[in-house]
Design a protein. Sequence first.
Length: 436
Amino acid sequence: MKRIYTSILILAILFTCSWASAQGAVRIESQMGADTRIPIAIPAFAALDPALSSVAAELAQVIADDLDFSGLFIVLPSTKYPPGFIRLDPDVNKLDRDAWRATKAEHLVYGNVREENNVLIGQFRLFDLFSKEQLIGQELRVKREHARLAAHRFSEEVIRQLDGTQGIGTSEICFSAGKTGSKEIYVADYDGANARQATHHNSVSIKPKMSPDGTKIAYLSWKDRYSFLYIFDRATGKSVPLSKEVGLNSAPAWAPDGSKLALTLSKDGNTEIYLRDSDGKNPVRLTRNKDGDTQPTFSPDGQKIAFISDRGGNPQVYVMDINGGNVKRLSYQGGNSYDPVWSPDGKKIAYVVEKRGDGMEIYVMDANGGNPQRLTNSHGANESPSWSPDSRHVAFMSSRNGAPELWTVTLETGQERRIRHLTMRCEGPSWGPRRR
């Protein structure tokens, strides 16, 4: 259960301006106007070996970034640390909890780092500074090159402990990147770190969709001259065809159990939605309509598919049962609608709305079509929304700065951020699951 503290608003008024100045941060306002984030301190971690000091500091920063990104926390800047504080002691028993409580932080993350036999060992703790009790303690062992993953894992547990829903620190995103005429599929940590190239087709490969278990990626590619759909296996590095039909092959969407994909084909003279097994077999046609149907997305229970159709005159979001029946229109906010995607918790659908003079913006509505709300305000091109595993954030492509970039927006606060650590021209994000 999320902890709501009555003192937060006062603390926000007293400290937010100076904290924002110290961090170069943007002030976050909730939809209700009151800042309900939890104040938390995350000083650079202790290192038993001075050679690990930079790694220890990086791990603390990763956790701080994860918690700040969640929209649930406000991270105490170093200018507000206890007077005379220099560094954490490797001996946790020497932690002065009273001094930290005087900073007005409500929680503190403590960590120390050591290395044994080429294995990095991080000991992380979360303290409640009101009760002075330890809430979480974890010892995580990783290879040196996976140090950030250990910090991401602990940040997920901090969020789960204080909010009830696990964080998304270990999740990944896939996307296409490259120059005009040459694009490949990439995978990175959710914050853009550790980006690595997945495909090497020397062609144009775009619109990736990561499988529910994160092991495979469906995507569109011209690697065999025409635009066909493929499945990339991340373990083997091999791609196999999903659909190589005559005409349009596009818009793959994974079923929640990963056994099937919905996709758009025009082999019968019109763009229609089909189902196929993940190996490309057993095609089943779902829509039969004289107007175009495309861009399917599954509900988390696998019983419904939302999609785009212009059967009403212009492209809008519709929903149907998994067998193609019981079709119902969902979007009525005006303009044209594209790119629907269902939230993992099943409560929302994010989509793109294009209106004359207003560009393409990301919207979200209830799964039944109610309560449509605009999330982005760049008056440019914002498209390809994709949900975080916790349904708190939506990633998308934006060209607001000229070149295509990956951005996120947090539903609760409305804060839009460019995904850090990515310097490439990036498009078509797909947010994958947490890593095990």
